[in-house]
Design a protein around this ligand. Structure first.
Ligand code: AMP
Ligand code: MG
Length: 410
């Protein structure tokens, strides 16, 4: 299929062609940013034993009846417990145990008095307050009860989840798959950063932009290469990158110029081409297809076109696999408070900045012009305004639809 295709149809088409991905067991230490593939229930109590929440003395509350600063009660110290100790000696009537925060409360004791409310020496403690049973006493399971649902399937794992799961002694978790992606930036004009720029050349900014964007939406970049616009070289690079990659994202060489060779090379290599050209501006030139099990997104080299099609086509595809819904675009309405004086025969995606106000979203165009080769507008872009095909110029005050980028771009 080589005619222009609507964005939504393109996304569906790619979704239908996805192979099946398997959930993955990862070490807890590496699980931040991944999405849980199953509910996790507590395998144990936290704390695992009754423990003291403060430094003081474990006592029997009934032994402190009537105790106050004026009328202290004296108890015999029979043991000392630090955090990490296991309790040995039972507390009997008239007895107390010296105890530190986190130490297990000995049998017989039902409360803990903080040391600031006592005076003590090696043998005896003077208790200067009356305690209730259970006072300053953290029972086993106070925090988490064995069997309780801790984290639901679909949870995006962040530091609090890792803390809670680690408290349960869990070393591994089952998470949704992480798509493995290779990047190929193409163009004979490209030079790597750090080199002196030769006449007619430009720095390869797409590699940085796209590789980072991939990581930001939870994909793993496993390889990135550069190629000049020569068929043999392109074929070699593609043949090297495709096996072992779930996805390949290329930039450059997908339009109609004499050195736009990606489509031709992919066809010669036997790739199944899903479509060439999207019905949006910027970003009309996109080649999408599959070779073996690898889905290939051939994006335009123009940086703004490249980022737009990445966000609208590649990003939603990856998120279907890794479950990172938070990193997807959200469709919202906004009031346009700018002017866009061109009519749109093709559907446009304008780079823009949206702000939430009490009266709803207001949106204005990113600073700079909207041409596809423009890079700087991407600095000032937290959404795309979706202007339908056939629209007249957009006036200030008009209601528009936007695709809002995730919070990290704010
Ligand atoms: P192409 O898609 O190959 O027709 O390239 C369109 C425009 O994007 C040209 O001006 C290229 O020089 C530029 N371009 C292509 N690749 C890159 C890249 N990796 N980084 C920055 N600009 C690029
Ligand atoms: Mg080119």
């Amino acid at each position: 299929m080589k005619q222009r295709i609507e964005l939504e149809a393109a996304c569906e088409l790619v979704a239908d062609k996805l192979k099946s991905f398997s959930n993955e067991t990862v070490k807890l230490v590496n699980s931040s940013g991944r999405v849980l593939a199953e509910d996790v229930r507590a395998p144990m109590h936290q704390p695992p034993f009754d423990r003291s929440p403060l430094d003081g003395f474990a006592v029997r509350a009934e032994d402190t009846t009537g105790a106050s600063t004026e009328t202290p009660v004296s108890l015999k110290i029979v043991s000392k417990l630090y955090a990490g100790d296991s309790p040995v000696k039972k507390i009997g009537p008239g007895e107390a145990a010296r105890i530190m925060t986190g130490a297990p409360i000995p049998e017989g004791a039902d409360s803990v008095i903080r040391q600031e409310r006592t005076d003590w020496n090696d043998e005896e403690v003077e208790i200067k307050a009356t305690l209730k049973p259970g006072q300053n006493y953290a029972p086993a399971g106070e925090d988490i009860k064995q069997g309780e649902l801790l984290c639901e399937k679909g949870t995006l794992l962040r530091s609090p989840h890792l803390g809670v799961l680690a408290s349960m002694g869990l070393e591994e978790v089952l998470v949704l798959p992480e798509p493995e992606v290779s990047v190929l930036t193409t163009g004979s004009e490209l030079q790597e950063v750090g080199q002196e720029l030769k006449p007619g050349k430009i720095y390869n900014s797409n590699n940085y932009m796209i590789s980072t964007r991939l990581k930001e939406c939870g994909a793993k970049v496993i390889n990135s290469q550069v190629a000049v616009d020569e068929k043999d070289i392109l074929r070699d690079r593609l043949a090297e990158l495709i096996p072992g990659s779930d996805f390949l994202v290329t930039t450059g060489g997908v339009s109609v110029g004499e050195k736009d060779l990606i489509l031709e090379v992919l066809e010669e290599m036997g790739a199944e081409i899903f479509f060439w050209k999207l019905a949006i501006k910027p970003g009309t030139p996109v080649v999408c297809g599959r070779l073996d099990d690898t889905i290939i997104f051939g994006l335009s080299g123009n940086p703004a076109a490249c980022i737009t099609t990445f966000d609208l086509l590649v990003r939603p595809t990856l998120i279907k696999i890794n479950g990172l819904e938070k990193e997807n675009l959200r469709k919202e309405k906004a009031i346009f408070i700018d002017d866009f004086n061109k009519s749109s025969s093709t559907r446009r995606m304008l780079r823009a900045w949206v702000v939430r106000t009490e009266k709803g979203n207001i949106v204005k165009l990113s600073k700079g012009n909207q041409r596809p080769g423009v890079l700087k507008t991407t600095l000032d872009c937290n959404c795309f305004i979706d202007i339908p095909a056939g629209s007249p110029p957009v006036e200030s005050g008009a209601e528009v639809e936007i695709f809002r980028l995730p919070e990290i771009y704010n």
